[in-house]
Design a protein around this ligand. Structure first.
Ligand code: NAP
Length: 328
C-alpha cells in the first residue's frame, strides 16, 4: 500500500504539478510594489538599520545604500557587521556604509550606541528597528529584563527614544518597526517585561514582544503628529533567514526545506520595510501596520486601543529608565 502510494506521488506529472504550485504560491507572495521600480534616491539622507548583518535587515540596508544613502548598520557582532558592510559597499559601490555596534538586549549598550550617533551624525532620516530574535532560551538580562523582551522591544524602544530629537530635527523622517503577524497571538501583561508570569511555550514570548512593537509604534505615531516624523510597523512575511537559529536542527531543516519552495527570501522579506521607509506613497502615513505585500492592514484588537497604547508607552519609558525598580 505504502509503495503504491509512493509510486503515485513520485510520478513525474505530480512532481511537475507540485513545482508549478510552489511557483504560483511564491509569485503570489510578491506584492505589487517592488523596490526596483521605485525611483526614490536617498543621496544626502542618513539611515540606521538595526540587525543589518544578515536576513531581512541586510537587504534593507543594501537597498538604502543602492539609493545613495549614508547607511549605518547597527549590529552586535563586529565580525559579522564588518563582513556585511564590506559586502554592501562592494555590491552597491557606495563607500558611505558604516558599522556601529549595539546589543539591543543591553540598555547600557543602547545608550552607548545612541550617544555615539548623536555625537557623529548631524541628521537622521530613517530608522529601521529590525533586530530581533525568536526561540531564545529563557533568560534575564543584566538589567533584570526578560531577554527576548529586552532584545525585541525595550532595547529598540530606548534606542528610538534617544534618537527622537535628532529625527525631529532632520524631518521629514521615518521610523519603521519590524513586527510580525505572530503578534496576533500575543498578550499584554507588563510583568512579562521582567520575565514574570511568562511562558516560553511555543515561543509565546516572541509573540508578546511583537504585539508590544505595534502598540509602541501606534502611541509613538500619535505623539509625533505634526512633527513630520512618522512611525509605522509591519509584518515582513514568513521569510527564510537565520531567525530559526535557536530552534532544534529538525525544525530548522523543515523550515528551510519548506521555505525553499514556499516562503520568502530575505530580499523579498525586506520589501515591506523598504516600502514604509522610502516609497513616496507612504511618506504621510503614520501609525499604521503594513502586511508583507505592502497593503495596510489592521493589527490585533489589543494594538488598536489608544488607552492601551498610552499606558503601555508610559511603562516602556519607566522600565527603560529604571529597569529594576519601575512599577509595572
Ligand atoms: N524571518 C521571518 O519569517 C520573520 C517573520 C516575522 C518577523 N520577522 C522579524 O524580522 C526581523 C529580522 O529577522 P530575520 O528574519 O532577518 O532574522 P535573522 O536572520 O536572525 O536576523 C536578525 C538580526 O537581528 C540581530 N540581532 C538579534 N539579537 C540582537 C541583539 N541583541 N542586538 C543586536 N542585534 C541583534 C541579529 O544579529 P546577529 O546575526 O549578530 O545575531 C541579526 O542581524 C526580526 O525583528 C524578526 O522578528 C521575521
Amino acid at each position: 500500500m505504502f509503495s503504491e502510494w509512493t509510486r503515485i506521488v513520485s510520478h513525474p506529472v505530480w512532481m511537475v504539478l507540485t513545482l508549478i504550485l510552489a511557483l504560483v504560491v511564491r509569485l503570489q507572495r510578491r506584492g505589487s510594489w517592488t523596490p526596483r521600480a521605485c525611483p526614490v534616491r536617498l543621496r544626502g539622507k542618513t539611515a540606521i538599520v538595526t540587525g543589518a548583518n544578515t536576513g531581512i535587515g541586510k537587504f534593507i540596508a543594501l537597498d538604502f545604500a543602492q539609493r545613495g544613502a549614508r547607511v549605518i548598520l547597527a549590529c552586535r557582532s563586529e565580525v559579522r557587521g564588518t563582513a556585511a558592510v564590506r559586502d554592501i559597499q562592494q555590491r552597491t559601490g557606495n563607500p558611505n556604509v558604516h558599522l556601529r555596534l549595539v546589543d539591543t538586549s543591553s540598555l547600557e549598550s543602547v545608550r552607548r550606541f545612541a550617544a555615539r550617533i548623536l555625537e557623529e551624525e548631524k541628521e537622521l532620516h530613517i530608522l529601521v528597528n529590525n533586530a530581533g530574535a525568536s526561540g531564545l532560551p529563557r533568560g534575564i538580562t543584566a538589567d533584570g529584563l526578560d531577554v527576548t523582551f529586552a532584545t525585541n522591544h525595550i532595547g529598540p524602544f530606548l534606542l528610538t527614544s534617544l534618537l527622537l530629537d535628532l529625527l525631529k530635527k532632520s524631518a521629514p523622517a521615518r521610523i519603521v518597526n519590524v513586527s510580525s503577524f505572530n503578534h496576533q497571538k500575543g498578550e499584554v501583561d507588563f510583568s512579562h517585561l521582567r520575565g514574570e508570569n511568562l511562558s516560553y511555550h511555543m515561543d509565546s514570548v516572541y509573540n508578546h514582544t511583537k504585539l508590544h512593537n505595534i502598540i509602541w509604534t501606534n502611541e509613538l505615531a500619535r505623539r509625533l503628529k505634526g512633527t513630520d516624523v512618522t512611525a509605522n510597523s509591519l509584518h515582513p512575511g514568513t521569510v527564510v533567514t537565520e531567525i530559526m537559529r535557536h530552534y532544534n536542527w529538525l525544525l530548522r531543516l523543515i523550515f528551510n526545506l519548506v521555505g525553499f519552495f514556499f516562503l520568502k527570501s530575505s530580499e523579498e522579506g525586506a520589501v515591506s520595510a523598504i516600502y514604509c521607509a522610502v516609497a513616496e506613497e507612504t511618506q504621510d502615513i503614520n501609525g499604521k501596520y503594513f502586511h508583507s505585500d505592502c497593503s495596510l492592514t489592521l493589527p490585533a484588537p489589543a494594538a488598536r486601543d489608544p488607552a492601551i497604547w498610552a499606558k503601555a508607552y508610559e511603562h516602556y519609558e519607566r522600565i527603560s529608565a529604571n529597569p529594576r525598580t519601575a512599577d509595572l
